[in-house]
Design a protein around this ligand. Structure first.
Ligand SMILES: Nc1nc2c(c(=O)[nH]1)N[C@H]1C(S)=C(S)[C@@H](COP(=O)(O)O)O[C@H]1N2
Ligand SMILES: [Mo]
Length: 428
């Protein structure tokens, strides 16, 4: 089964038959392609198509001076985040990255997901301070300049909300609405270890309590091991200063740990010997298990993958289609992504696009020839620890249905005979 479809893919690529005649016949090019003569006279409305010289070649283009800060093409205006406001908690809001429209592994800053518990504060960096105190020999108040004087590092990591997606009430139509509370970018900042060592941690130091300078004063306890492993005090994303929504001017980044612990607008690190048991780590972000006990301090985001193209709201043509998507794991690197194009009966190994980085989005691709029959497509990631992404049924067997967080199930997309792709797992 597996080797046969490989052979087919190779054959069609040597014959250059990726695009069937049917899929060329779209929009203004329809009559043109169908005529069989590429240079034949064209119908009205196609003056800008070959062999004509398009209008925009006949005059100079816009000068550079129109916008000091660049914007995407006006033809790409539909590629935006989905905004949501919590109707019960007035200050709570979130926006979803349109994962179906992202190429590669880097999410541009204007499309990075957002999750705020008390809105986005407007912080003047000149008036922002980071206080480190508690179990340290040298309690210190840092300015932003003080922080930036330490040796910095740039690293690519994903960030993901623990409620991505929820367990129930999943109405999402697109990949972004479903699991777009996750993004990946290049972060620049100072290793937290460097700063903690500079204030001389006391041997009893076991936890670091991080507090944000927003209206929510979001507070989380971070184990000292993570602080000394790969945690960062971040001031930049994708080469420019953090966006206000991402914690400007300073946030803590805990690669692989649940989004909520990556405290934005970071103003205080209180070094202690026990956790603070804040709202966010007791009543929230815990998982109520079937036996009535709550799992807490789970920290790590488990492996997840999603097919982003084709995905919900897309329409495909029979013949060649590249299946592509994203996979990631809090536990390290993605080792393998399997893709099924027959509803989970058989699986094929997808190609992983380089670079495959630790705790970062990894892009996968699989060539697929769709026979035009209704089917279901699914991806499933295995990470370098050997952990395999569960199906929703497998997850529910272990966790029950009381939880709200840490749903890392595989996600099927249904392909109808018409080529329309929809969420195969919409729940009430
Ligand atoms: N101070 C503060 N930090 C915060 C939050 C917040 O509301 N306030 N939201 C948390 C949650 S729930 C998530 S998922 C991530 C979201 O980060 P982002 O908005 O940069 O994507 O930030 C976390 N850090
Ligand atoms: Mo979150």
């Amino acid at each position: 089964m597996k080797s046969k479809s490989r052979v087919e893919a190779t054959k069609s690529s040597t014959r250059r038959q990726f695009l069937a005649a049917g899929s060329l016949a779209v929009g203004g090019a329809a009559a043109f392609a169908a005529s069989g003569d590429a240079l034949a006279a064209q119908p009205a409305g196609s003056e800008n198509l070959p062999p004509n010289v398009p209008e925009w070649m006949k005059q100079p283009g816009a000068d550079t001076g129109t916008e000091p800060y660049g914007q995407p093409s006006k033809f790409e205006k539909s590629i935006v985040r989905t905004l949501k406001k919590d109707t019960q908690q007035q200050t709570s809001s979130q926006s979803y990255t349109p994962l179906q429209d992202i190429d590669g592994i880097i999410v541009p800053n204007g499309l990075f997901y957002e999750r705020h518990h008390g809105g986005v504060p407007e912080i003047d960096p000149a008036q922002h301070r980071l206080m480190i105190h508690g179990l340290v020999e040298r309690p210190t108040v840092f300015t932003m300049e003080d922080i930036k004087r330490y040796p910095s590092e740039s690293r690519i990591h994903f960030l993901e909300c623990a409620g991505n997606p929820p367990y129930t009430k999943i109405y999402a139509k697109t990949a972004g609405e479903l699991v777009g509370l996750a993004s990946c970018c290049e972060w620049t900042g100072v290793p937290l270890k460097t700063v903690l060592e500079d204030v001389w941690l006391k041997p009893e130091a076991k936890w670091v309590i991080a507090e944000g300078a927003d209206g929510a004063a979001l507070t989380r306890s971070i184990p000292i091991e993570k602080c000394l492993e790969d945690a960062m005090l971040v001031y930049s994303q994708n080469g420019e200063r953090l966006r206000p929504a991402q914690g400007y001017p300073l946030r803590v980044l805990l690669p692989g740990f649940e989004g909520n612990m990556n405290v934005k607008w970071l103003r205080r690190l209180h070094v202690t010997n026990e956790p603070i048991y804040s709202r966010e780590e007791t009543s929230r972000y815990t998982d109520l298990m079937p036996d009535g006990k709550a799992r807490k301090f789970t920290f790590m985001m488990e492996a997840k993958s999603i097919i982003t193209r084709p995905s919900g709201t897309h329409t495909i043509q029979p013949g060649f289609n590249e299946i592509t998507g994203l996979a990631w794991t809090g536990r390290g690197k993605v080792a393998k992504v399997d893709v099924s194009t027959d509803g989970g009966k058989t699986w094929q190994v997808a190609k992983l696009q380089e670079p495959v980085l630790t705790r970062a989005f990894t892009r996968f691709r699989l060539p697929w020839t769709w026979d035009g029959k209704p089917t279901t497509i699914i991806s499933r990631v295995t990470d370098e620890t050997g952990y395999v992404q569960p199906s929703f049924e497998q997850l529910k067997d272990v966790r029950g249905v009381n939880g709200q967080y840490h749903n890392n199930a595989t996600w099927p997309w249904k392909v109808a005979e018409t080529g329309e792709v929809t969420n195969a797992h919409v729940q009430a």
